[in-house]
Design a protein around this ligand. Structure first.
Ligand SMILES: C[S@@+](CC[C@H](N)C(=O)[O-])C[C@H]1O[C@@H](n2cnc3c(N)ncnc32)[C@H](O)[C@@H]1O
Length: 248
């Protein structure tokens, strides 16, 4: 393998990409590893693909290679350039979510919840949750990650400076979800709806807590990453698992 990249903005590597984490991986692979940040993946990916057309290049991701649209897009671009792609699958939030006891085959469409801003408050995830709930399915909500966002001030000054990274908490997600139902005057879910909050899945200090949206609204789940499941109809086995994680 001539070059090894690691993508570092659609998820967080549990042992970190600071010097210690990286060097652990570099020792494991016996290669130096290049961090592919958001700018590199979005703007300079063609350079990586050109390298891959001439030599063996590895592109590491956190989770499964098909767990984020960005990576599928990379595969499409490679195939269009007739660059051979070999995929090695991995555990993903999409299957680790099974840890909370809700059956993986009883989930409907997954939704992504973006940070609302003063001027941009997209409610499109609401209809998807509503459809899932109408047929009794659970909804996995993936929460926004903002890294390498150019600050508005810096853009105005024509010099790129970045906002500090931002990871949506379960608390903010619930706040936004409730804002949407209130705005819709709709009832796909409300503050009494059952959900499960999961933080740092797969890490030693992972937290899984089930309760109503109201219960979890102020629960401190600690550092990122967080995700949330809005619970659909429960099978008795799922009900039993939920009891283990009930909010204290
Ligand atoms: C765009 S998805 C990327 C998924 C990744 N490629 C994978 O296959 O696991 C990122 C979102 O998934 C959720 N997520 C990923 N890993 C997680 C974890 N270990 N614990 C909790 N949530 C996680 C978070 O909501 C995060 O913002």
């Amino acid at each position: 393998m001539q070059k090894v990249y690691i993508e570092a903005y659609t998820s967080i590597l549990s042992f970190g990409l600071a010097y210690d984490g990286l060097s652990t991986m570099e020792k494991l692979y016996g290669k130096s590893i290049i961090i592919a940040d958001r700018e590199m993946v979005e703007e300079k990916v063609d350079d990586i693909l050109i390298e891959a057309s001439e030599s063996d290049v590895a592109f590491l991701v956190v989770g499964d290679p098909f767990g984020a649209t960005t990576h599928t897009d990379l595969v499409i671009r490679a195939k269009k350039l007739i660059v051979e792609v070999k995929v090695i699958h991995n555990a993903s939030v999409m299957n680790a979510i099974g840890a909370c006891g809700l059956q993986l085959y009883r989930y409907g469409e997954t939704v992504s919840i973006p940070f609302f801003t003063e001027t941009w408050r997209p409610y499109s995830f609401y209809e998807k949750i509503q459809r899932n709930r109408e047929i009794g399915l659970h909804t996995l909500c993936l929460l926004d990650i903002r890294v390498k966002e150019p600050s508005i001030e810096s853009l105005c000054r024509g010099k790129k400076c970045y906002e500090p990274p931002k990871f949506m908490t379960i608390n903010v997600a619930i706040e936004q979800l409730l804002e949407v139902t209130e705005a819709h005057g709709a009832s796909a879910y409300d503050e009494n709806s059952r959900c499960v909050g999961l933080a740092r899945l797969g890490c030693e200090d992972q937290i899984i807590v089930s309760g109503s949206m109201k219960d979890l609204l102020h629960f401190d789940f600690g550092p990122p990453l967080h995700c949330l499941v809005i619970v659909g109809e429960l099978h008795p086995i799922e009900e039993e698992m939920m009891e283990f994680y009930k909010v204290k």
